[in-house]
Design a protein around this ligand. Sequence first.
Ligand code: TRP
Length: 330
Amino acid sequence: MNKKTILSGIQATGNLTLGNYLGALNNWVEMQEEYDCYYMIADLHTLTIRNDPETLRKNTLELIALYVAAGLDPEKNTIFVQSHIPAHTQLSWVLNCYTYMGELNRMTQFKDKAAKHADNINSGLFTYPVLMAADILLYNADLVPVGEDQRQHLEITRDIAERFNSIYGETFKIPDAYIAKIGAKIMGLQNPTSKMSKSAPDPMDKILLTDTPDDIRKKFKKAVTDSENCVRYDREAKPGVSNLMGIYGIIKNKTMEEIEKEFEGQGYGTFKSAVAEAVVERLEPIQNKHNELLENPEKIKEIYEMGDQKAAEKANKLIKEVYKKVGLVI
Ligand code: TRP
């Protein structure tokens, strides 16, 4: 009964890709038996960029449905909406006062995003990692499954938690990042040296979770490879083929050596269509379940209300303790 606690979340920006699924959701599903899991929709984080309000609402509900469609059992996991639990913003404020400008200035994601949204470098974007620290620390998470790009945010979370603990005594559990070996980073199909991104301008570079089987087949057919025509794993020399092998390996639960053997002596044509079929086969039932849920908004509400309640119970206890420690009258 002494399960470790896991917390993770995805922003409600819509258009999730195969990279989000294989790098996050698919791993979460595997963790639900072994851990006490909290999976949230990071809708407050989404406010750091400009959104159309109706679209944000729609994306949030769709993402909850997707969590469940991908295989997360709402009874076994705590699936909740970040903005529904006021303790996230409450703790975030407190932690802001224990985080230095210099630390936040070093965040590479802030620098990247500031460059990308030069017309909207708001302070939410700057303090984004502090809200993320609050998300994690509120639930005493032991492990935080995230992509490689979030590693620095985990490190600052640990630094903030340690600083607070050293002033006020043991309050927060110090979390570890949990970065899956393969699947942590699915690369673009056209640019296999950069991460498959939902914001990539080229639609051929990414597989969206809403893509039809025909879209998926077409995109894999056109995926960039190399001229060797040999299915061999080598991230440096053969980034395109290696990425496809990574995708196939996760879905089929096969090692790179096994895949090399399976396709020995066969060209890229056969290999690519095998990868495409594996992806289609995996996504189709998820898409069906997703559509089914979207037709039943009451069910979606039931799911997040159940999760919200469980999350609030835990979070409210911790925020009270923090308020008390820093000297607020509670
Ligand atoms: N910043 C994360 C991302 O973009 C999303 C996120 C928000 C998150 N809060 C979190 C992930 C807490 C893990 C834990 O991927």
